[in-house]
Design a binder for this molecule. Sequence first.
Ligand code: TTP
Length: 314
Amino acid sequence: MTRKGIILAGGLGSRLHPTTLATSKQLLPIYDKPLIYYPLSVLMLTQIREVLIISTPDDLPRFQALLGDGRQLNMSFTYATQKEPRGIAESFLIGADFIGRDPVTLILGDNLFYGDSLAQRLATAASKPQGAAIFAYWVPEPGSFGVVEFDRNGRPQAIVEKPEHPNSNYAVTGLYFYDNDVIDIARSLRPSARGELEITSINQIYLERGLLTVEVLRRGVAWLDTGTADAMLDAANFVAAIERRQGLKIACIEEVAWRLNWIDDEGLQRLAEPLKNTSYGRYLIDLLRRSSDDPFSPTVALRGRYRTPSPTAE
Ligand code: TTP
């Protein structure tokens, strides 16, 4: 079984109008790269190489132009449309054939995760043979999210979609790990009062079955969502501050593929070449030089942690 990945990158982006009247939110930049690179890099860090990208009929060709078939990263990207934003859970109906009999991880195209323990947490969630795993994050105003209520022992008790009077500050983030039953569960859903197939309904069903793990992400991990102009600016400033200070990029997909050993030095060089007049391209070129003289290079750590096989030519 090979876990599949889905990025849901459709939606109206109405809170970002007029900016998103003619383009997708997920194609807009967060500092130095398109927003969709951030969720894509999270799937990559989960060791997922087969990814389905879902977007609107108008926007999908632009995602294809940006990301291609994935072979450049030794991955595989496929594309599907969602005609109307009929809910996050519709991903599993649109993606049923793509998922096949495998487990699946869904990430929303506008979610940004960053933190030291993230790769480890992703690996733990992905290793669950059965059931679902989701992540909760403390937010000051949880009312616009799915909200998890915990009992005194920290076990999830209830998940409520956009409650008017939330009983907890823990929001459900846009990253969801499911076993293959999610397809049948999604098929059994009916649209909610707002006309959407709700991801919260899926999580409630796993909770009722006793098969839902809720992992709380603490402050060592940042979760940013980018739905409004202010949130986008905050995210861009966050990424810029970390990248400038550390000299390392967040969500640089070419770098992640290279550190995971999915592409070799030559492959990275090839991807860097057309970008070499940008700081992004120069960063990629610099990585090759830096890694050879830095004994603490993250490459060593990542490659050691994952022990991935060398890339195979397709
Ligand atoms: P939202 O932020 O809920 O919606 P949106 O992006 O359309 O923005 P707005 O509320 O400003 O109109 O969506 C979260 C993410 O999920 C975002 O990446 C878009 C995606 N999405 C879909 O692709 N299809 C859907 O049916 C829904 C509900 C969301």
